[in-house]
Design a protein around this ligand. Structure first.
Ligand code: AMP
Length: 539
């Protein structure tokens, strides 16, 4: 027997319809690529998204067609999230920081029919244009007068498309399992693979994200997504903010500390999300200038492990609670969040802090499992390392066009490629990527733990622990360090500092000082490159 409740599909258009109807005047503030500040609101965004949907329909775009964006965090990009997905097409957010060959590959692989892009990214578009024949229209996210000159391409202005499209467009209804957006993950090897989200997965994920034990979002918040909208759905904020009616503050392409600080302070930002390096940069800037992170109450830090020193500085110097979270493009991205439970709050202070520094626990909907070397469920002892698996309604079941073959195990678990421990309170801690663990004499050393210990040294800006070949132990850790600007630090000084912080056999065999780290397009240290570079260091 079925229940007698109304059956409304969970569609992305319902979010912006809700925001327009109930929080229509709430501001959405953007820094545009020319540096100017632009103000709009949810009512206007909904109207313009409908015009965009109309413009796409009149150009023959149909349910399931892929539309690419190569764009920064601005209101126009948010309009694309709704205009494209809302009409039933698939929004493919492309990361402009990828190598050009990768951008070309994924646009071709996705068979994108239209490319919306920010004006400053024209050189990338021009360099790949001859190879992306699938793209029928190149549309610059600006007014006509701001469209850059191109010898190669016929460029349209986004504002012309919006202005020419009528308002008489009603959001269509369709199956909630319809694909809504597409994000490619850039593995360190092989071609990027597409993660294809659905309307249903996106809405359930946004509901989970905005809960009190998640981002704790409400209409009282002013939210700044520093994490780019092209990275794993902008960590759900383009959906979760309209869902609750929170103000959005979008930093465009200016990711320097002064520009970010200006918005945090001027727009009274109360919640923000970003990778640890963003927070390190903002801490250095505010420290140097003697500034406070004003209205900021909490921030979500994910992407790489949150260094304890960063969490502490945010709390002690600015009263900001940094919530550590873990996730992947394949998990929409939220997997776990480190928000307290009564059991955690009852712990003595040092244990409580250590618990909240872990990557945390799953919200309702997601399930995780840590397995041991034999593939059995690992004990919840906070000690046993093993591969981390996850499943739930917002976790990928496979990749676009079947790339990578069958991904899930027989019980529907997704292999994350991360190595973790879990404990009896349900808190998970990432110790490594599978390929980054350092295997010394058959035992595993957590590169993240070694890095965190090094990062707590006041003269260290960035740390990476990588495996180097060792004739006796197979692998031993080598620590690569970028010192803070103007700081001198010696190998012995650092090793002495680390000695009381870890088991003796975890202590790195060598320390290398470098000026900068090789980074990936999503702001992670390129460990594979460092491993290659230092593999023979100890021979
Ligand atoms: P991406 O798909 O680019 O978002 O990368 C996902 C990967 O980032 C995960 O599989 C982890 O290896 C890593 N990651 C994400 N969040 C964290 C975190 N809080 N601590 C450590 N690693 C993380």
């Amino acid at each position: 027997m079925y229940g007698l409740m109304q059956d409304h599909p969970l569609l992305i258009s319902s979010l912006i319809r809700h925001a327009a109807a109930n929080h229509g005047g709430r501001e959405v503030v953007s820094r545009l690529v020319d540096g100017s500040i632009h103000r709009t609101n949810y009512a206007t965004i909904e109207l313009r998204a409908r015009r965009l949907a109309h413009a796409l329909t009149s150009r023959g775009i149909r349910l399931g067609d892929r539309i690419a964006t190569l764009a920064w965090n601005t209101h126009r990009h948010v309009e694309c999230f709704y205009g494209v997905s809302g009409m039933g097409a698939v929004l493919h957010t492309v990361n402009p920081r990828l190598f050009h060959e990768q951008i070309e590959y994924i646009i071709r692989h996705a068979e994108d029919r239209i490319l919306f892009f920010d004006a400053d990214l024209l050189p990338i578009v021009e360099s790949i244009a001859p190879q992306i024949g699938c793209v029928e229209h190149f549309v610059v996210l600006c007014e006509r007068a701001q469209v850059p000159k191109s010898e190669l391409l016929q460029l349209a202005a986004y504002e012309d498309w919006i202005a020419a499209a009528g308002e008489d467009y009603a959001w269509p209804q369709f199956d909630e399992r319809t694909a809504s957006s597409l994000c490619y993950t850039s593995g360190t090897t092989g071609n990027p693979k597409g993660v294809l989200y659905s309307h249903r997965s996106t809405l359930i994920h946004a509901l989970a994200a905005s809960q009190r034990d998640g981002f704790a979002l409400s209409s009282l918040d002013s939210v700044m997504p520093i994490a780019p909208l092209f990275h794993a759905n902008g960590w759900s904020l383009p959906y979760a903010c309209p869902m609750v009616g929170a103000k959005m503050v979008l930093p465009g392409n200016r990711m320097d500390a002064a520009s970010l600080y200006e918005l945090i302070s001027g727009e009274r930002v109360s919640f923000s999300v970003g990778v640890p390096t963003i927070w390190t940069m903002l801490l250095a800037y505010t420290g140097e200038k003697g500034l406070q992170l004003d209205a900021l109450e909490r921030c979500l830090v994910a992407g790489t492990a949150l260094p304890p020193a960063v969490q502490k500085a945010l709390k002690d110097l600015h009263g900001v609670t940094a919530i550590h979270a873990w996730g992947m493009t394949e998990t929409s991205p939220i997997g776990t969040l480190s928000t307290p439970t009564p059991e955690v709050l009852a712990l003595p202070e040092d244990q409580r802090e250590a618990e909240l520094l872990k990557q945390g626990r799953v919200p309702y909907g997601a399930e995780i499992q840590v397995r041991d070397a034999e593939g059995r469920v690992a004990p919840k002892d906070g000690q046993t390392f093993g591969p981390l698996w996850i499943r739930g309604p917002w976790i990928a079941s496979g990749y676009f066009k079947g790339e990578g073959g069958k991904v899930l195990d027989a019980d529907g678990w997704f292999p994350t490629g991360d190595v973790a421990t879990w404990d009896e309170l349900g808190f998970m801690k990432i110790t490594d990527r599978t390929k980054d663990v350092i295997k010394s004499g058959g035992e595993w050393i957590s590169s993240i733990d070694v890095e965190n210990a090094a990062m707590s040294h006041p003269k260290v800006a960035l740390a990476a622990a990588v495996a180097a070949f060792h004739p006796k132990w197979d692998e031993r850790p080598v620590l690569v360090i970028v010192p803070k600007d103007g700081q001198e630090l010696s190998r012995d000084e650092l090793l002495e500092f680390l000695a009381p912080k870890m088991a003796k056999w975890w202590l790195p065999d060598d320390v290398v000082f470098v000026r900068e780290m090789p980074m990936t397009a999503t702001g992670k240290i390129l460990k594979a490159k460092l491993r290659e570079q230092y593999w023979h260091r100890l021979e």
